[in-house]
Design a protein around this ligand. Sequence first.
Ligand code: ADP
Ligand code: ADP
Length: 227
Amino acid sequence: MAKLEINNVSKTYNANKPNSVEAVRDVSCELDEGEFFSVIGPTGCGKSTLMKMVAGLIEPTEGEITLDGESITGPREDIGVVFQEDSTFPWRSTLENVEFGLEMRGVGKQERRDRAHDILELVGLSGFEDNYPSELSGGMRQRVAIARTLALNPDLMLMDEPFGALDEQTRLILGGELLRICQETNQTTMFITHSITEAAFLSDRVFVMSARPGEIKELVEVDIERP
Ligand code: ADP
Ligand code: ADP
């Protein structure tokens, strides 16, 4: 079960100060289990702010965000996050990167190894277990970051422009693979992008944010015939 509800959420940075910024105004939306949900809008419209609130990394100024009815008040183990920046550990091999979170949770060596191998196969990195991030392409490093998050089996996966640093062709390839993986694993996913192509191609639904907080808030149903 993983149902996310965002209820009338606003965020003002530096509230009540001269340099206050209203980043998000009165956003409400819901994600159902297994849904691939994109948030789209131009740079500065508040997408990352929204995602950080869902991740429990910052607090809304107003409103509430709940996962399965429980208020999100801080970072949680059942919410996985993938950022745009390469977040792999350079001193760890691919396998060790994917095992890291499992190790932190006290999962035993053999189980962690088996799980990491399975996930690496899922993201197309079999054969690269022993390579270090510096030996991989940018696209492959993002696969490692995605694998590391998926290995923890999160109820909700948040992705903030995960392919933003990659070239167009690699974005399309990885996007297609991500969609397949999320469908296969029924992974509830909130995907942030400024690319209309990416949003339309990948999503069950798209939430459009306007450049000016509160101006446009529309849920667009995208119904694409998938092969
Ligand atoms: P997006 O992800 O859509 O580019 P952001 O959520 O990063 O948008 O930013 C929304 C607005 O909030 C922007 O005007 C940005 O400058 C501002 N902002 C983001 N983070 C902070 C912060 N930590 N302090 C002050 N203002 C911020
Ligand atoms: P991806 O499509 O995985 O993002 P890129 O398009 O960046 O990869 O790189 C092109 C191809 O080069 C990759 O799909 C991969 O097969 C190969 N490649 C990249 N880095 C390595 C490496 N360290 N060893 C072997 N092959 C590699």
